[in-house]
Design a protein around this ligand. Structure first.
Ligand SMILES: Cc1ncc(COP(=O)(O)O)c(C=O)c1O
Length: 368
């Protein structure tokens, strides 16, 4: 189906940068630099300085970034890690994959971890907290870091959706021992395939992740068992081109969020995300623009009919997925959100006409 307003538009972004991207790809191919070459190094430098940390290590996905960060932090079998269910399943899967136990708490009005719930579930087995900066907004990190310090817990931030977001001026991914990022194509900085990275100030963690992504090799030694999980050099070259536009894209997304917030403000059946200037502590990047909407499924169908593609990411809360063994958690607000959240298109290339059209359609649905 051809949408008037698609949810993402990969070809359009490519065509806008076609010359630069084609040149970067050709350059890499002509050099034959495919793995762990200068483009990866350049990207890692760019990323570390953008996030505000000493080291960034490129890996093949945001999921491996999480697994490696947890492993490098020494978390493993039998340890409890506190996180949320209102997230992409990868956040929780990473805890499972290292042999630890996810302890899930509810989220607050802004869809992020309810920090006040965290202390209630700490036990002698708790080793870490894994906050998720969902939708491009940073969790209440100062409060969370204070709890972590009080209880001697490690913090690994899932910042897959929050590159460039800040809390009190500090970048997502720079608060805890490590922060992880995804460059999945739909992310604000998206590769042409899978890609991810870990950001950290800790030299030992950085070194361990470099080993884990490349089978533990430090020639002639194999220091530990590892994985094939390098960030492709070609993807890094593409990301280096896109990096130049990141701040511009973030600003445009914030602008679109503001327009949506103003244009949809009077619809009582819909709860909007916080506006970009609503609280000076937060600098949100609106990876997703998520509404909590009454009659959500009907709205989705109506918008589809009108040619507006939206996304209902997790209609079943992750802890209610029958195959994951997490159904013992009772998380009322998370469960409510699974029934009510819907994401509108939000990417820098959207035109004013498209934005107006989306808003008109939403208004029309609620006030026919
Ligand atoms: C919150 C969150 N965590 C983790 C991930 C995993 O990243 P990836 O898809 O690159 O493995 C994603 C990805 O899309 C995500 O949104």
């Amino acid at each position: 189906m051809k949408y008037k307003v698609p949810f993402v538009n990969y070809p359009l972004q490519y065509h806008n940068l076609e010359k630069e991207i084609d040149a970067a790809i050709k350059d890499v191919l002509n050099r034959g630099d495919l793995l762990l070459r200068s483009d990866v190094e350049e990207f890692e430098k760019n990323l570390a300085s953008f996030v505000g940390v000493k080291y960034a290590i490129g890996v093949n996905s945001g999921t491996d970034a999480l697994i490696f960060a947890l492993k490098a932090a020494g978390i493993g079998l039998g340890d409890e890690v506190i996180s949320v269910s209102h997230t992409f399943v990868a956040s929780i899967a990473s805890i499972i994959h290292i042999g630890a136990k996810p302890i899930l708490v509810d989220v607050k009005e802004d869809f992020l971890i309810d920090v006040d719930e965290v202390e209630k579930v700490i036990t002698p087995k708790t080793k870490a907290i894994l906050p998720v900066h969902l939708n491009g907004r940073v969790c209440e990190m100062e409060k969370l870091m204070a709890i972590a310090k009080k209880h001697n817990l490690i913090v690994i931030e899932d910042a897959a959706q929050a590159l460039g977001a800040k809390f009190n001026g500090k970048g997502a991914g720079s608060f805890g021992l490590a922060g992880t990022f995804s460059f999945y194509p739909a992310k604000i900085l998206g590769a042409f395939g899978d890609a991810g990275a870990v950001a950290t100030d800790d030299e030992k963690v950085a070194e361990k992740i470099r080993l884990l992504r490349n089978h533990g090799q430090k020639p002639p030694e194999v220091v530990c068992y590892g994985f094939t999980s390098r960030l492709d050099n070609l993807q890094a070259a593409i990301l280096n081109v896109k990096f130049k536009y990141l701040l511009e894209w973030i600003e445009r997304k914030r602008e679109i969020a503001k327009i949506y917030n103003q244009g949809l403000a009077n619809i009582s059946q819909v709860k909007l995300p916080p506006a970009p200037d609503a609280d000076p502590r937060y600098f949100d990047v609106y990876q997703n623009y998520v509404l909590k909407a009454q009659k959500r499924d009907e709205l989705y169908a109506f918008l589809k009919e009108k040619g507006v593609e939206t996304l209902i990411k997790d209609p079943i809360a992750v802890h209610h997925q029958p195959n994951l063994g997490l159904s013992h958690f009772k998380l009322p607000y998370t469960e409510e959100l699974a029934k009510e959240v819907i994401s509108l298109p939000i990417y820098p290339e959207l035109t004013q006409e498209q934005i107006d059209y989306v808003m008109n359609c939403v208004r029309e649905f609620y006030a026919p």
